[in-house]
Design a protein around this ligand. Structure first.
Ligand code: NAP
Length: 315
């Protein structure tokens, strides 16, 4: 019987794996469809302490994985389809039918990019519509791009995309941006970025050949529809926690984020812990995810040695 299992391999899951492996608990780590998590779709990470010159996201994740492997963590490709946490050992069912068992589970499945749900959006994903500038920016070299959203993600994507585009237009549904001041200032100081504020996205529009030609928006001030022309549409409006596969096996909030006992990584199920973006809609940083991964491993260790008093209350 495995003592412990980690589901998800972003900074939270990999940090948990490093700590568990160093505690001789030989964790099995389920990688999911995007091994390394969201950081594998980022370029340079400038704010992870210890890298004064910055480090590329994929390299940082690769290093964390190697570190976990060095201490005996076992990695498994696989997509978790369902869980049974009603009794121990906990059961985790992989796509394809295989079932794994463990005495404890750490959930670190992160969050995924949100879409707008407007006409023309899903039809053109990978053909002019994207949620990942790092992955797809290159395809829009010398073209006009627009980025939808007013948060830090949108500012970051817009700045990054100016490397490729002739012009990047940020489309935001309000006049005020949600992004932090430093990110706003950086974007506003970038001469290649223009602004279409107070515009609500309505539809991704294509030409007669099927190529994306722009975004139909409602100009909320003028009360009329307009077309913002662009060949590439990048949606940067936030994320959804990856908790569907749990089927309600642990308590979540209304948005689907796992509830943990404040100041810990304990879920309402003794022996099941959560760390990283899947339980954090507030900070969502690589460093906070990694920190909570360490906490989850330590909580898990305590649970396995029988010294944890489960006194759960979510927030
Ligand atoms: P966010 O802060 O939730 O911003 C989402 C943006 O998308 C908001 O401006 C929102 O508009 C807009 N939006 C949401 N749904 C929409 C819809 N259906 N139609 C049109 N617009 C819509 O998400 P985020 O930018 O991904 O940031 C999430 C967290 O990660 C934040 O804490 C952020 O600081 C952090 N982050 C940090 C960095 C960094 O420091 N390098 C980079 C990226 C993200 P409203 O403003 O009108 O609600």
């Amino acid at each position: 019987m495995r003592k412990t299992m980690v589901i998800g391999t972003g900074p939270a899951g990999l940090t948990a794996a490093i700590y568990l492996a160093r505690a001789n608990l030989s964790p099995i780590v389920i990688e999911g469809t995007q091994p390394g998590g969201q950081l594998t779709t980022t370029t340079e990470v400038e704010n992870f302490p210890g890298f004064p010159e910055g480090i590329m996201g994929p390299e940082l994740m690769d290093n964390m994985r190697k570190q976990a492997e060095r201490f005996g963590a076992e990695f498994r490709n696989g997509w978790v389809e369902g869980v049974d946490f009603s009794k121990r050992p906990f059961k985790v069912k992989l796509e394809g039918g295989e079932e794994l068992e463990a005495e404890s589970v750490i959930i670190s499945t992160g969050a995924s990019a949100k879409y707008l749900g407007i006409p023309g959006e899903q039809d053109n994903v990978g053909r002019g519509v994207s949620t990942c500038a790092t992955c797809d920016g290159f395809f829009f070299r010398g073209k006009k791009i627009l980025v939808i959203g007013g948060g830090d993600s949108a500012m970051e994507e817009a700045n990054f995309l100016t490397r490729f585009a002739t012009e990047v237009t940020v489309v935001h549904r309000r006049e005020e941006l949600r992004a932090s001041k430093i990110m706003q200032d950086r974007a506003k100081g970038n001469g290649k970025i223009s602004w279409a504020l107070n515009r609500t996205p309505l539809e991704v529009v294509t030409d007669e050949t099927g190529a994306v030609k722009g975004l139909k928006v409602r100009n909320n001030e003028a009360g009329q529809e307009e077309l913002v022309e662009a060949q590439g549409v990048f949606v940067a409006i936030g994320h959804t926690p990856n908790t569907k596969f749990l089927g309600g096996a642990v308590e979540t909030d209304d948005h689907g984020y796992i509830l943990v006992k404040p100041g810990t990584t304990e879920t309402n199920v003794p022996g099941v812990f959560a760390c990283g973006d899947v339980q954090d809609m507030r900070y969502r940083q690589a460093i906070t995810a990694a920190g909570s991964g360490c906490m989850a491993a330590m909580d898990c260790e305590k649970f396995l040695e029988g010294s944890m008093v489960h006194d759960w209350s979510g927030n």
